[in-house]
Design a binder for this molecule. Structure first.
Ligand code: BEZ
Ligand code: FE
Length: 298
């Protein structure tokens, strides 16, 4: 007699056999594991048909909300801790390189390249922050010509594509390190903000009794020839949501002080107005892994 742990075992076996002729070995591995885990989940939870339909309708609504301005699937992956687990299984070396974290749903490629020291704020709203530091290799050597692709939400917690009052590409820019590996740019102080919670992911958070907030942060993708690309954030020390990030992306090593300065004279030296903040951070990149050898065919 079938026990509750092997109900429908023959269904699982039949579905697994249907993968026997999958030509792509990686796809076969992925689908075999997916079917095993999905079927085990169903055996464990025993969803009613109404619950299964509710799940399908939920995922349908997640998909229907996706377009160039909104990516509800990335949001779902982030809110379930899946994105940060994918990050963890891919970047776990303890070699002194800067830790990576979520990409998030608000990255836009094609931000303008700006000269060192320029501001990414196109509307001048918010308290100025001067961000500077170096890009180094894990052996401490400065990397000239590294590119920092930077983006963030404004002081009210909105990214430009969420907010028609912000100019196109506001708070986005790319900067290149100088011959000593140095970078410098001006932005505005970010605030903690709720991830979009007016859709199915927000409904799920409410049903789970979770808040939607992420701690204040600036996003970076740092790239340099010969080095592995780094996707990361810098988080503001003291933020009340550092310990309960709705996207699970906060890491202690990425928390930095936004140091406040009130002197108008100092502000003028930096080309900003007082009060302003400074943030200093050196990004450390690891060398790119050599490309795997291709199997010989003849
Ligand atoms: C973000 O930081 O942009 C983000 C990350 C996860 C979910 C929502 C937003
Ligand atoms: Fe963000």
């Amino acid at each position: 007699m079938a026990t509750s742990s092997d109900i429908g075992a023959e269904i699982t076996e039949q579905v697994l056999r249907s993968l026997d002729h999958t030509p792509n070995p990686r796809l076969k591995t992925v689908m075999t594991s997916l079917i095993r885990h999905l079927h085990a989940f169903i055996r464990e939870v025993k969803p009613t048909e109404a619950e299964w339909l509710q799940a399908i309708q939920f995922l349908t609504r997640v998909g229907q909300l996706c377009d160039e301005r909104r990516q509800e699937f990335i949001l779902l992956s982030d809110a379930l801790g899946a994105s940060i687990l994918v990050d963890a299984v891919n970047h776990h070396a303890d070699d002194g390189a800067t830790e990576s974290t979520l990409l998030g749903p608000f990255y836009r490629p094609g931000a303008p390249e700006l000269p060192s020291g320029a501001s990414i704020s196109r509307d001048g709203r918010g308290e100025p922050v001067v961000v500077s530091g170096r890009v180094l290799s894990t052996d401490g050597v400065p990397i000239p010509g590294a590119v920092l692709d930077v983006w963030q939400a404004n002081a009210h917690g909105l990214y430009e594509q969420q907010d028609p009052t912000q100019p196109e590409m506001n708070l986005r820019g790319r900067f290149r390190t100088d011959t000593e590996g140095r970078y410098r740019f001006i932005t505005v102080r970010p605030s903690s903000y709720p991830i979009p919670h007016d859709g199915p992911v927000g409904e799920l958070l409410r049903a789970l009794g979770r808040h939607p907030y992420r701690p204040a942060h600036i996003h970076f993708i740092v790239t340099a020839e010969g080095y592995a690309p780094l996707t990361t954030h810098l988080f503001a020390a003291g933020d009340p949501y550092l310990d309960s990030d709705a996207g699970f992306g906060t890491k202690d090593s990425l928390v930095v002080e936004f140091v406040r300065h009130d002197s108008a004279e100092e502000a003028a030296q930096h080309g900003v107005r007082a009060p302003f903040y400074t943030v200093q951070y050196d990004f450390v990149l690891r060398r790119a892994a050599p490309a795997p050898e291709q199997p010989r065919t003849g």
